[in-house]
Design a protein around this ligand. Sequence first.
Ligand code: KE4
Length: 433
Amino acid sequence: MDAKSKALFETAKKYIPGGVNSPVRAFAPVGRTPRFIASAHGDRITDVDGNEMIDYVCSFGPGILGHAHPAVVEKVQEACRHGFTYGAPTENEVILAQLIAEMIPSMEVSRLVSSGTEAVMSAIRTARGYTGRDKIVKFKGCYHGHSDGLLVKAGSAALTAFVPDSAGVPADSVKHTLLAVYNDRASVEELFQKDPDGIAAVIVEPVAANMGVVLPEDGFMEFLRRITRKYGTLLIFDEVITGFRLSCGGAQEYFQVTPDLTTLGKIVGGGMPIGAYGGKREIMEMVSPAGPVYQAGTLSGNPIATTAGIATLKLLKEDKDIYHRLSDKAEKIASSIKEAAGGRVCVNQIGSLLSVFFTSEKVTDDKGALSSDVLRYADYFGYLLDHGIYTAPSQFEAMFVSDAHTQEDIAFTCETIRNYFLKSPSASICYTE
Ligand code: KE4
């Protein structure tokens, strides 16, 4: 079943910290040996023991079109024949920047980097350079990559470890990082009342997806837009997950709220390593060499990654029905959990993102997420894995649906989930769409 994965994991632990190159992949919260993956096509992923599974991790977001989309593969193969990286500007970077600006109009000027972490780190520096202020506000349970100043009550695998603050981060690096509670307007107002002229930026996941999926309550994004404008603070939407996923224009189009800066990752690279940050021209002109905020990167905008990103964004831009198809599939899964669980789980779903929390409470912030029964989640994860369904290996990650998920595989997933809850009838649900 997983003999080769087990053997590889033991060897990996000799040469790589925890045997993985990103903590969430170690499957620690779900108590299973991580599956070492050999290949992936469409909505299927195959491990080194030959187990083929329906994939709802989708590489934690990039895989919105499914794995190895033929049109993207063909373009990338062609690009490889012309060299991998030049350390010089290319036409692809202009094309991708134009596409980003067309699809997310608030990003009239953008800079490509190589990860979401780099995008967020750079956006924060740009906001500080533009405003001349030092403090930033983040929300407990939100994850914005692993740059020092943001590893404070962070989400994702940091939350899993129940140690959301990392060792090795000097207190001085986080003294300007203020914490608010997601969906709690008073917690934000309090910070501004204490320091009305000192906050450079508020950074938020417009849909939180790193404490499990937690939706913004009605008007919360509009509230953040108003209060940041009132105090001369920049609003940064971290759309590394929601960008091009919730809609063609991301969460800011979905909610019709325009931030000052946006960060992107995952889908913008089509599975290749790309991050991006961007916004209004007057802000982005602060960035070197146009302005005094320094930021650089050897592989930023490289020809292979930009080829994958351009091909992916063009497919999303040209297919007007894709977001309806994605939502329809995710709603079917969410509904099957609601129908089967009976009342003691909470399902949060929006577009092609969803999470099931094993708690009878509605989950609206990090406290609610942390109150869920992570051991029950691990049991649910293990049942699905044993039945060929590869879902988020932690309560604090999202389940992702791709355009490659077939109706048959969605139906099989719903049936398997129903069977899980039928075998443990005590579960029930509170359901928020
Ligand atoms: P990367 O540096 O991992 O490309 O992006 C960091 C990041 C920034 N902002 C948001 C909203 C994010 O979700 C992420 C990364 N997401 C995690 C999944 N929760 C990446 C998976 C991992 O850490 O392996």
